[in-house]
Design a binder for this molecule. Structure first.
Ligand code: PMP
Length: 428
């Protein structure tokens, strides 16, 4: 059996940075990642047998906790019939029915294999539909690693300080315009200048890749109205918020209807899945019904569909989101209380199942505020919590996630750990 350290040394030999996705590497918080051996409910166990209360949940998918019995059963049962067919399969149809039933703005949906694929396809479709080339995104928002999105991007790009990646052609990056999140006037000004050249505006309706920032009152509706005025498609990237903040996603929570939406994470229940969908007249432009090309060898994979459908069956149960919201409040109220008690300048943002921790006394509503927080304090807090068996996202620019499997004891244990971590924050 290898230790975490031994595995990381081995990983560094043959995997760039030792990881298959950058934020896992602990680059910004320092130190070395642990290697998970198994996961169940609210917990991860590393290869050395240490248990962590997990507030990442595989970066969002595990909303019902790790390895729920019904999801595992569905996966095993489906896998027995074959792993991939390369023909249509019935579970894809059930998935499309389910997504269109649960998210009112979805009239048609196409399955892909990741959130990145979903957003890339959505902007190609928006460009194909409008015959316009420019797109608008928001500073600190992350939409996967497609070339067009690596312009002032959040998540790992922000964590590692490479928001404009080498390798993205300048000509392509020039077509991506950025706006400050939560600033409607800035959007109005830009739209007035170049609105008729813009295919789509893509936004995380709740930003979860520059820590967690909620939209100001009326902001999303304001964007909706501006897009309608200028013939621009509004794309909600709900890869993170879909089926997390409410059954119908952030669009349901805020009552704003996008033209297209993208999904991932929860709809795959831990398997590699993404989806994009929306207005029928737009979606019908996708091949083979229309000319905009998009395809995938493994898209709609039966095992992945089974995992996703079993997860959606769990979140559809009555009271699921009320209970998740109650737990989120319990955790975040508690964290604020223990930080205050320890005299640490600290603030919290939260929505159902998702939260942000900020080392500042300000309430954070902008990218500028998020990046101006005390990042070294976050990094020390992260390690203080890790040492006490609580795994937070290893970056000050990621949202936290709580699952239905976290119970009141887990939350109480988290608060005990946090109280001690906060009190030791400024000790050398
Ligand atoms: N959009 C958002 C809002 C995301 O949070 C992410 C991933 N964290 C993506 C897109 C990309 O998804 P994936 O990592 O599955 O490609």
């Amino acid at each position: 059996m290898n230790t975490n350290h031994e595995l990381f040394q081995r990983a560094l030999k043959n995997i760039p940075g030792g990881v298959n996705s950058p934020v896992r590497a602990f680059k910004s918080v320092g130190g070395e990642p642990f290697f998970t051996q198994r996961a169940q409910g609210a917990y991860l166990w590393d290869v050395e047998g240490k248990r962590y209360i997990d507030y990442i949940g595989s970066w969002g998918p595990m909303i019902a906790g790790h390895n729920p019995p019904s999801v595992l059963e569905a996966v095993l049962k489906t896998a027995r019939d074959g792993l991939s067919f390369g023909t249509p399969n019935p579970l894809e149809v059930t998935m499309a029915d389910t997504l269109c039933r649960l998210v009112p703005s979805l009239q048609m949906v196409r399955m892909v294999n990741s959130g990145t694929e979903a957003t890339m396809a959505a902007i190609r479709l928006a460009r194909g539909f409008t015959s316009r080339e420019k797109i608008i995104k928001f500073e600190g928002c992350y939409h996967g690693h497609g070339d067009a999105f690596l312009v002032k991007a959040g998540s790992g790009a922000l964590t590692l300080g490479v928001p404009n990646s080498p390798g993205v052609p300048k000509e392509l990056a020039d077509l991506t315009l950025t706006l400050p999140y939560n600033d409607l006037d800035a959007a109005k000004d830009l739209f007035a200048k170049i609105g008729d050249e813009v295919a789509c505006v893509i936004i995380e309706p709740i930003a979860g890749n520059m820590n967690c920032i909620l939209p100001r009152d009326g902001y999303l509706q304001g964007l909706r109205d501006l897009c309608t005025q200028h013939g621009i498609l509004l794309v909600f990237d709900e890869v993170m918020t879909g089926f997390r903040v409410a059954l119908g996603g952030a669009q349901q929570l805020y009552g704003v209807t996008p033209d297209l939406s993208t999904f991932g994470k929860i709809i795959g229940g831990g398997m590699p899945v993404g989806a994009y969908g929306g207005r029928r007249d737009i979606m019908e432009k996708i091949a083979p019904s229309g000319p905009v090309y998009q395809a995938g060898t493994l898209s709609g994979n039966p095992v992945a569909m089974a995992a996703g459908l079993a997860t959606l069956a769990l979140v559809e149960q009555p009271g699921f989101y009320d209970e998740l919201h109650r737990k989120t409040r319990l955790l975040t109220d508690g964290l604020l209380a223990v930080a205050t008690d320890a005299g640490v300048p600290f603030s919290i943002t939260r929505t159902c199942g998702m939260f942000g921790l900020f080392f500042t006394s300000e309430h954070v509503e902008t990218y500028q505020q998020a990046t101006a927080c005390d990042i070294p304090a976050f990094n020390r807090f992260f390690h203080g919590m890790l040492a006490r068996g609580v795994y937070l996202a290893p970056s000050a620019f990621e949202a936290g996630f709580i699952s239905a499997a976290h119970d009141e004891n887990d939350i109480a244990d988290t608060l005990t750990a946090a109280s001690s971590a906060f009190k030791n924050l400024f000790k050398v």
